[in-house]
Design a protein around this ligand. Sequence first.
Ligand code: G3I
Ligand code: 9MR
Ligand code: ZN
Length: 832
Amino acid sequence: MKKQVLKKCIASIAACSMMVTAVPLSAHPAEKGKNMITNSDFENGVQDWGIYKESGGVCNLHAEDGKLALTISDVGRLNYSVQVFYDIVPLYKNGVYRLKYDIYSDIGRYIEGMIQQNGGTYQSYTWKGLALSTEPKTIDYQFTMKQDTDIMAKLVFNCGLQEDFEGPLPEHTIYIDNVSLELVEDSNVDYNAGKPYAPSININQVGYRPDAVKKAVFRDVTDQTEFSVINADTKEKVYTGKLENEKNNTLAGETDWTGDFSSVKDAGKYYISCEGLDNSYTFEIGDKVYSNLLDDSVRMLYLQRCGVKVEDEEFGHEACHTKEATIYGTNEKIDVSGGWHDAGDYGRYVVPAAKAVADLLYAYQDQPELYGDNIGIPESGNNVPDVLDEARFELEWMMKMQAADGGAYHKVSCETFPGYIMPTAETAPLYVTPVSSTATADFCASMALAAEFYEKYDKDFAEKCMAAAEKSWAWLEANPDFLFKNPKEIVTGEYGDRTDKDERYWAAVQMYRATGDEKYLAGVSKAYTGLDWSTVGDYGNIAILTMKNADKDSEVYKNAKAAVLKQADDIVKNSEASSYGDALTEYNWGSNMTIANAGIICGIAEQLTDDASYGKAAQSQLNYLLGTNSVGTCFVSGYGTVSPEHPHHRPSMAVGKAMKGMLAGGVNQNLEDSAAKAYCRDNPAAKCFIDNAESYSTNEITIYWNSPLTYLLTLTEKSSTVSGPVTETTTTTTTTSTTTTTTTTSTPDVTYDMVTPGDTNCDGTVELADAILIMQALANPNKYGLTGSDERHLTGQGKANGDVTGNKDGLTSDDALTIQMYLLKLIGNLPA
Ligand code: G3I
Ligand code: 9MR
Ligand code: ZN
């Protein structure tokens, strides 16, 4: 049975009612007779074409006289050691295609030309062995796509070693031109096959705590006005409610209604029905709906352990990555075994590790009683909560990453990402990269934090943590910012940064909290924000706000509180404005982390104010992650009815089964991998997610996406509960002008007051560069705008400073002009 049919059946069998609409995403029929290959005549150089090299293959791709030219100086050891390819061609089952190209080589040799699956088994859909000579020949033939539709197939020429036909070859060049792939005949094509099922009613597929706010989101509504909650066991209708809040959801490209059923509180299994729509997936209401999920969110980290034998029926393995690693640029080797594999790859990186550890420790701080000693890790039963055992595993590795002078090496990995293999099979040499100040500050903060938590269980270890923290603090004091960039040979996760100010802030506050010594706060003048790998200021805020006996009148406390509440207010606003309740207005790589982080900020805000609207927003973020979203997916593998089955996670790919309890990165509108490009190219922002193992930019998993889930589950456990119709609460918060945020990637919009009129680049002076930045941001918002990729992009503070026409209309060219007039002394003051 096909998967989408199966899912439809699960939905309807569980619900056992009529199945009328199951709205597939719109079909995207290919155009007959049109060449699907762009830049097929190489008029635009090598644009849209790429090369792949491995196992000794050496080649160079360029264009020569309007032809694609691949110069091969080493054929390597495999037939695919040298590949030239064109990515993403859609082939529909039963479609008849015509493939045509001109090809020759400056020496006689044999290569393969094919269209193949990009990933999985790399099966070929059409294949030709090509005996090339210096005489150009035209290949022109038709084939029928026999296999299942694959809209991200790849046209590939394997130009590596052809063992059976020839040995190593002298340097030579292969020329390709006039490539064309056309759909000739599609009468037997079913364009809807393989489309993911898109439920019309979305809910938190895992379920709800009895007193939580519960909302279903409806789409594809015609004239329905009512919905019912049905007990899935008895089929009894337990509640009837109204469809409300019709919203044009532009981010998801749909119109939504919500149905509130918060008053249903009895423990049990339910589904939502609404005449004319498929029933929702079944969900649960109960006190313990998240218990297993919480344990698994932590146990997943155990399964990511490196350097030790991992015991698990499906994902267990012998110790991996046990060899010493070479310190980059030297001949020195050190032992840096241990720690968790970062993600779907096997790199180990200090910066994201610090976030993961902080989430676990702060989660434990919030509700120690949720954390038992029995989640199924080797340390279970040792009288230390497993979450602390697990965090310690990472901390011990981090200690090995501290250099003799106190700085922290940024990361350890092989030069490149491995194939889709188990960790024990990645045996290439390991490199420890240079120290960075971001890693060192994150390291310092994590160690200072850890010292507190292990005191009770292991004094020696706690002291070791504190000593490591102090040594790294001394390094930070003695050194300027060393921002990390991958050395040229190393292409694994970079975790670079634009500034280390927020990391240093976190370290300072955490050291103050650990020691009570105000000297650490000497350099702290404002609160920073962020809870991800690149921005960590909110960990500093949480450190001070949850510190025992904190001085609530101190500047550092007041600034931290203002920063958290300001963000929380924006999150509440966005969450209430969105049908699905999430706080995002754009979705980037790892959006699920950003959503979980938003929930954490609200959870903290609720504890600071007792304002239930924050708790509600925190819960809404969790609901989104577990299924209340426009892709109808519970983003944690193995939970809910539909969850990632093909995560970009090497152990899962090697075993052929998704490891349970992993939070996928989620929706990413920037389409940063081939699968996302192929499957989501026509999707609105909020629907750019694909459960495909090749989609590392939407469907990978990481330790630091799981950890905020753990923290959010913890915070919402205690959060105030709301029943019945929800009343809107308005919160007024005071903010000090010293509280600003310098980062843009992970925090929702914050509003800023103008500080230095005209100073759009926030360097303290007004000059021509400020006017130029406005013009750049207007012309190229992706690069220079608020969320821009360029280091000098506009910040929220810059935007506020730049609005000098005095009409609060955001930045326009008039603002740039006004700044120039001021610089030319044509006007006396800013704002004008
Ligand atoms: O935040 C900006 C946004 O303002 C802008 O509008 C948008 C436009 O492209 O980009 C956003 O930045 C994205 C950034 O993540 C957000 O944090 C970038 O596009 C995106 O490329 C970047 O992705 C990072 C990715 O590595 C590639 O560098 C992810 O955050 C990061 O989690 C991920 O980390 C990888 C490691 O390198 C290797 N291990 C797996 C891990 C998870 O995928
Ligand atoms: O598997 C890699 C994943 O962990 C990273 O997040 C991602 C981005 O850096 O890269 C993945 O590796 C891909 C590489 O970037 C491009 N070639 C295909 C690789 C997939 O294995
Ligand atoms: Zn390993």
